[in-house]
Design a protein around this ligand. Structure first.
Ligand code: ATP
Length: 458
């Protein structure tokens, strides 16, 4: 089986659309920048990723609890968190065609280190020095406006009935704030004791200057976050452990290790003690941030205590001493995770002398676990038997019925959506109650007794 893998972002986008994984948002109106919809197979894969992540923390661990906080929060939350004053990206516009660019990313492309945490003045100095080497992605000009810090929070008029919206509410710029807001509730109502973590999957919205690279940078996203609360100054060892756990999770879920690497942040926000990203080698543009793992000290709870006036100190059950726990955070966008997993699984290979595209997703993640085919759709006895098998398999796992076209074509369709097993009901089935099960990765087929089928597939 020759692997002729030449994956590009174009191929991935095309497969994702063609096979119902991802559709451009509002497509019938011409599309909307930075928005995507998950189609029938996409939503299955997305849910499986969420389930696998949730299982890791909530089902398998004793030191994590789950949460699902409201999207809308008191606007003071975003003041306390620093998002209102400093959640911005450096923006410049091409003077010729008005295309907006994100300056730190454009500087990065020509090898100049910059990030959104630098001051507007420093970014302007750096940009002026290197501007001639930066080209507008649309018209190729190097004539740009000065850099301005553009706040990414999305405003809403939720709860405003004056029509003036003088005190706007905001969509969350990051999902994790809900965890800080509920720290006290969780401590007061459950049996957790520091050190412990809270895990949450939640929506976040950012007015990204230039959404790009498919699901990599979108304006609406879902984030899977964990916040692990530790005693003050007991962060270092736990941080190393959490970093290792996240790395191992990707490997366990099937990501190839050569497509992952660590990157430490050069420029830390003032309160952070350390920050690393797990980067993934995305097709067509290479390594970039997949997940952030941050050692955030006591900043978040201290800020919310200050702005809300609520005491967020934790009382140590052994010493009765009080302290604000320090926080170790992991945060990954589900869209980026989805993109990394389908990129990693995408293979073009040769099977039985034919080239095919196959998504070699971990079985746990595959949208459809088994496809059921009657060998011929015009033989009622085969169809009836196949329906019977389909109906009992459906109770146990996501299955798909396909009786369209020859078996080879049906295999190709299932390969492209990553279905690990195809089950064919043929004339032998009617004789001896066995079916043919074909394996996605090897193409090998074996006869399995119907009574053993569920166990075999599981
Ligand atoms: P970047 O530098 O790429 O803008 P960030 O450092 O601002 O990302 P964080 O605020 O740390 O990102 O967010 C945590 C995670 O959320 C990121 O690692 C990424 O997986 C995801 N994420 C952030 N912004 C976006 C976005 N616009 N689209 C999709 N996912 C995102």
């Amino acid at each position: 089986m020759a692997d002729t893998n030449q994956i590009t972002m174009e191929k991935l986008i095309s497969l994702a659309k063609r096979r119902g994984f991802i559709y451009p948002g509002s497509e019938i109106y011409g599309g909307m920048a930075g928005m995507y919809d998950f189609g029938p197979y996409g939503v299955e894969l997305l849910n499986n990723l969420k389930r696998a992540w949730w299982k890791e923390y909530i089902q398998k661990r004793n030191d994590y609890v789950g949460l699902d906080s409201a999207i809308f929060k008191d606007p003071r939350v975003w003041e306390a968190s620093g998002h209102l004053s400093s959640f911005s990206d450096p923006l410049s516009e091409c003077k010729k065609c008005n295309t907006r660019i994100r300056v730190d990313k454009e500087l990065g492309k020509i090898g100049v280190t910059a990030d959104e945490k630098m001051s507007e003045a420093d970014l302007n100095t750096l940009f002026s020095e290197h501007k001639t080497k930066i080209k507008c992605p649309k018209c190729n000009s190097s004539d740009f406006t000065p850099v301005r810090a553009f706040n990414l929070l999305v405003k809403t008029n939720m709860g405003d009935f004056t029509g003036k919206n003088e005190q706007p509410t905001y969509l969350p710029g990051e999902a994790c704030q809900g965890i800080y807001l509920n720290f006290k509730n969780v401590v007061d109502t459950t049996r957790v004791k520091v050190p412990f973590g809270i895990a949450q999957i939640g929506k976040a919205f950012r007015n990204e200057i230039s959404p790009r690279n498919f699901l990599f940078r979108t304006r609406e996203m879902e984030q899977a976050d964990t916040q692990y609360f530790v005693r003050p100054n007991e962060n270092k060892e736990a941080y190393q452990k959490i970093k290792q756990e996240r790395w191992s999770w990707y490997l366990k879920m099937g990501i190839k290790e050569e497509n992952l690497r660590w990157k430490q942040h050069d420029n830390l926000v003032f309160y952070a003690s350390d920050a690393w990203d797990i980067e993934y080698n995305f097709p067509s543009y290479g390594f970039d941030e997949l997940e952030g793992i941050h050692d955030r000290t006591d900043y978040d709870l201290t800020q919310h205590m200050k702005y809300s006036g609520t005491d967020l100190n934790y009382t140590d059950p052994h010493t009765s001493g009080k302290y604000i726990p320090w926080i170790l955070e992991t945060s990954v966008g589900l869209g980026r995770m989805f993109l990394a997993f389908i990129s990693d699984a995408y293979v073009e290979d040769e099977l039985g002398g034919e080239t095919r595209t196959v998504l070699k997703l971990a079985k746990e993640l595959a949208p459809i676990k088994a496809a059921v085919f009657p060998l011929l759709k015009n033989k009622p006895e085969l169809v009836a038997k196949a329906r019977q098998i389909f109906d009992f398999l459906k109770e146990e796992m996501m299955c798909e019925w396909d009786d369209n076209g020859n078996i080879g074509k049906r295999y190709r369709r299932q390969d492209e959506i990553g279905t690990p097993y195809c089950v064919t009901i043929d004339f032998d089935t009617l004789e001896n109650d066995t079916v043919t099960v074909r394996d996605r990765d090897t193409g090998e087929q074996e006869r399995v007794a119907i009574k053993d089928l569920i166990n075999f597939l599981k």
